[in-house]
Design a binder for this molecule. Structure first.
Ligand SMILES: *Cc1c(COP(=O)(O)O)cnc(C)c1O
Length: 369
């Protein structure tokens, strides 16, 4: 097990282009928090008073939440109508109180940030760090590395990227990788190798300490390890090429059904808008997502990112065949043509139709009667 964990650290470092790794965090959001605590410890050591974390307005909600939990003030950076970082707004908000800029690249719109290098250069020039939200690593495995395009730290979501696309609600993991200068602050212990012996290294005086018992969800890491070993370097690159090809193929079909405001091309996902349908027929993104369940499809993420009205995020992943993608596009078309009442009451074939999701999350009833 230690050997597997050690090798996993090495693979994740190599894929990210960064120098050190902690497997402890238990989810992407937890990785964000752990890395921000690492950054806080680093700046404390330097004696620098950095209180702010910059987050683009199309970021995942966990980014500003992690910044707040890490003791920072989250400051929003605007994105342009194309979906990219607004460089003027960045310049206006960047000063020597900024600790970290968190960026998701490819972004939540499925777009590669064209100014990535310039963004990183500006933040580094002010002494800040770049945090790469690695939820979209599925698009760039073996093609480019966050460490090469300016990231100082990143998390992975092995439940999204390596073999378990978008989790299905089960356990996840959130390993983080960082550059050399941040390595001493990583959660302890890390797995180390001396000659042919593996051990847990607790002797890390600058460490932020433990963030999780044991090594997060080792089963999730083991599955991701098997996936990485099975594919190998060339295979991982093909995974991303297929994920991107599948998404672009689907985009070319879906944009005739629902508008896709940003992008004639995409990375591994794209965001369509049901806004016109909402105005014309009072049918929402939620109605479409619920109706797709009747046809056996895993519904797209809806209402995220917040910058696209009636957003439907469509991510086919590397594993679907052309037949499945065609069938999905045809079903989506059919659903948009259906009667509004039928859609408002969907799904019709599931055991439970429309639970109150917020209440279910806040006041779960965990017993069965
Ligand atoms: C899923 C996701 C997260 C959070 O990851 P979890 O593993 O669900 O905690 C953060 N950022 C982005 C862009 C995501 O898609």
């Amino acid at each position: 097990m230690l050997q597997m964990l050690y090798e996993m650290q090495q693979y994740l470092q190599e894929i990210s282009g960064l120098d050190a790794c902690s497997l402890q965090p238990a989810a992407g959001a937890h990785g964000e928090l752990a890395a921000l605590l690492v950054a806080a410890a680093y700046f404390r050591d330097l004696g620098q008073d950095r209180t702010k974390v910059l987050v683009p307005d199309n970021a995942h909600g966990t980014n500003p939440a992690s910044a707040a939990m890490g003791g920072f003030e989250a400051v929003t950076i605007k994105t342009t109508s194309d979906g990219f970082v607004d460089m003027d707004d960045l310049a206006a908000k960047l000063d020597d109180h900024v600790a970290v800029l968190m960026i998701t690249n490819p972004s939540t719109l499925g777009l590669f940030e064209p100014n990535m290098r310039a963004v990183a250069e500006r933040v580094h020039a002010q002494g800040g760090l770049i945090y790469l939200d690695g939820a979209n690593m599925n698009a760039i495995l073996g093609i480019c590395r966050p460490g090469d395009f300016g990231a100082d730290m990143q998390h992975y979501n092995p439940h999204k990227t390596f073999s378990g696309p978008h989790g299905g609600g089960g356990p996840g993991a959130g390993p983080i990788c960082v550059t050399e200068k941040l390595a001493p602050y990583l959660p302890a212990p890390v797995v180390r190798k001396d000659a042919d012996r593996y051990s847990l290294d607790f002797d890390r005086p600058k460490s932020i300490g433990r963030v999780r018992a044991f090594f997060a969800n080792v089963g999730v890491l083991l599955r991701a390890y098997a996936y990485i070993r099975t594919h190998g370097p060339d295979g991982l690159r093909r995974v991303s090429e297929h994920a991107v090809l599948n998404a672009n193929y689907l985009l070319s079909r879906v944009k005739h059904i629902l508008p896709v405001p940003q992008g004639n091309r995409c990375m591994h996902e794209f965001v369509a808008s049901a806004s016109d349908l909402k105005h014309k027929k009072n049918v929402s993104a939620m109605d479409l997502a619920k109706r797709l369940l009747d046809f056996g499809y895993h519904a797209p993420t809806v209402y995220f990112p917040l910058t696209v009205p009636e957003a439907m995020m469509i991510e086919p992943t590397e594993t679907e065949s052309k037949e499945t993608l065609d069938a999905f596009a045809e079903t989506l078309f059919r659903v948009t043509e259906e009667d509004a009442d039928l859609l408002h009451n969907a799904p019709h074939t599931t055991a439970v139709s429309r639970p109150d999701e917020v209440r279910a999350a806040r006041q779960p009833v965990l017993s069965e009667e």
